[in-house]
Design a protein around this ligand. Sequence first.
Ligand code: SF4
Ligand code: SF4
Length: 396
Amino acid sequence: MNEVKATHKCYKCGMCMFHCPVYSVYRNEVYSPKGKINAIDSIINTKRNNPDDLSGIFRECNLCHHCTKICPAEIDKTELVIKYRAQLNKTKPVGNYEAILSNIKKNGNPYSSNGGLHKNATKTQGIEKEKNRTLLFIGCTIRHKLPEIVDSVVSFLDKSGIDFTVLDDEPCCGNILNNLGFIQDARIIAKRNISILNKFDKIITLCPGCYNMLKSHNGSAGAKFEVNHILEIIHKARNQLESNLKEPVFFQVPCHIYNTDKKFEKIIPDVMSIFKQASTSLDVTNAPKCCGAGGGMPLYDKEYVMKRLDILLQNEPAQNIVTACPFCYLNFKKLESRQVSYITENLDITGDIKIDLRSTDESFQNFTQNKEEKVNLPMILVKYKASSKLKKIFNQ
Ligand code: SF4
Ligand code: SF4
């Protein structure tokens, strides 16, 4: 929906405001989703174009999709925010992104000036080179900020009987660039990634951002791989999994996957039932409450993020927080009073399991029937064998 249609369709009902994490902190309609629609309306009709005035409005957004999900007019505010961030980036970027842009362009990831921990890990003993058509796409945030998570993921996939590979030089998926409004740069990265990733049948991601970005390449962009988030794999194995956390758990549902792909409305409650005493960030409308980490907000409004965490957890007694999103993980880690973990760090497998990775997605099955012959995989692919050694490897 273009912005003119969106402003005409808006009923000004304000329902979106009361589900917006930014509004919950600032209590100012200007920064709410309704305020963003009003700003777009005035840009179109009064040619309002003061970048100082507008950049705050489009910067203050977690891109959590709550406002889209509950909107009776089905207006996608997230898409509009990214579009206006892109406009503002031409004159006054909504934040200081130079380091991120330069890192992605020079080093292939937003965080590091070198190849990163994962690249070092592939050179070490205990990792066997092998061809495989299922790729574990680790994602830049976990590779560079939370490598300790990888150990538990590899262990879980190994014990589940899944053969997989990882890429020695895994590319950035481009989601961060897209969310910050560098849409053209993200498209260039997507095009390059498709040629690398089309060598796989299936890609397992650990990050909702990677999931959405890689999934968006299917169809018109020419990608031929199926994308799964790790929650889908856990869901397949749920009857043979139990949590090693005996205390109550607060399950932080990742907005960027629950609100964008309906299948997770079924998958996530099933997965949560593994944690017997779990409470959840789902609210009365069954929408997840955002932790405040999305949309680049920790880059330019740290105070907002801390206030949002306070609001989210104000009546929550559980000390253990479990999530399946690296951005939520990093955000909750700021709280010294709570323990945060990635979901695979808390799972014990009871008995032997062999997860069937065949697609249950009909549209994907039809699509793959016409798929051309695969080319041989490059030798940069490796398969993790000795998962127990990974923590040691990453600490080197
Ligand atoms: S919920 Fe939708 S229709 Fe209502 S004010 Fe928000 S954008 Fe407009
Ligand atoms: S996407 Fe989330 S943070 Fe942004 S305006 Fe909508 S509800 Fe608020």
